[in-house]
Design a protein around this ligand. Structure first.
Ligand SMILES: Nc1ncnc2c1ncn2[C@@H]1O[C@H](COP(=O)(O)OP(=O)(O)O)[C@@H](O)[C@H]1O
Ligand SMILES: [Mg+2]
Length: 184
């Protein structure tokens, strides 16, 4: 993961910014001090995790407290903490955190308990921290992850309030830059 820096990212028209923010705004990390969220959606291999990681690293360099989770791992840890009666302790670990990166929302569906626990955590963080979420799903499909339509709507509502939604389009960078494409 060492090369996942913003400097090594080749920007092109695969990244579509919403009107209120451009690349410079994103790289300035102003969204963190404003406690706004950044949502990166689009097909696999288009650079979402790379950008999320690069932003997270720069945020660390600027002195922000940053945590990075694949969403499925965070939900596993939440369920474990809950079953051991350590949920409050787990939540407290985020007290001083400025930016939480949730990678791969939507790849793996959660159990009902897992979804509830994640929802509670995101509710805790609402307007207190900045989130970067990457997902291969459009919001309209998030009920595939959460099963419960009411919970999905409530979560989407919290996450997209104060959020910049960037969409990633085009072919997978992994596929177009696969080693087999190079002459040997
Ligand atoms: N525009 C780009 N410039 C440089 N490397 C890229 C770019 N897009 C993707 N990559 C690289 O391709 C691979 C897949 O990107 P990744 O960020 O994991 O995609 P996603 O999270 O959207 O599935 C990674 O190794 C990443 O560093
Ligand atoms: Mg990814």
């Amino acid at each position: 993961m060492n090369n996942k820096e913003l400097d090594s990212f080749q920007w092109g028209d695969q990244v579509k910014f919403p009107p209120q923010i451009d690349r410079g705004d994103l790289e300035s990390l102003r969204f963190i001090s404003r406690k706004e969220n950044v949502i990166l959606t689009g097909s696999p291999g288009t650079g979402k995790t790379h950008i999320a990681t690069g932003l997270g690293r720069n945020a660390c360099r600027k002195g922000y407290e940053v945590r990075f989770y694949r969403v499925a791992d965070l939900v596993d840890q939440l369920e474990k903490a809950w079953s051991e009666g350590k949920l409050q302790w787990f939540r407290n670990k985020f007290k001083k955190v400025d930016l939480v990166i949730l990678d791969e929302m939507g790849y793996i569906p959660f159990s009902k308990d897992g979804a509830e626990l994640l929802f509670q955590l995101v509710t805790d963080w609402y307007e207190q921290k900045s989130l970067i979420i990457t997902s291969n799903l459009e919001f309209s499909q998030w009920n595939r992850i959460f099963v419960d339509a009411r919970l999905t709507a409530a979560l989407v509502d919290r996450v997209i309030h104060h959020a910049h939604i960037l969409s990633f389009t085009g072919d997978s960078y992994r596929v177009t830059h696969a080693l087999s494409n190079y002459p040997s």
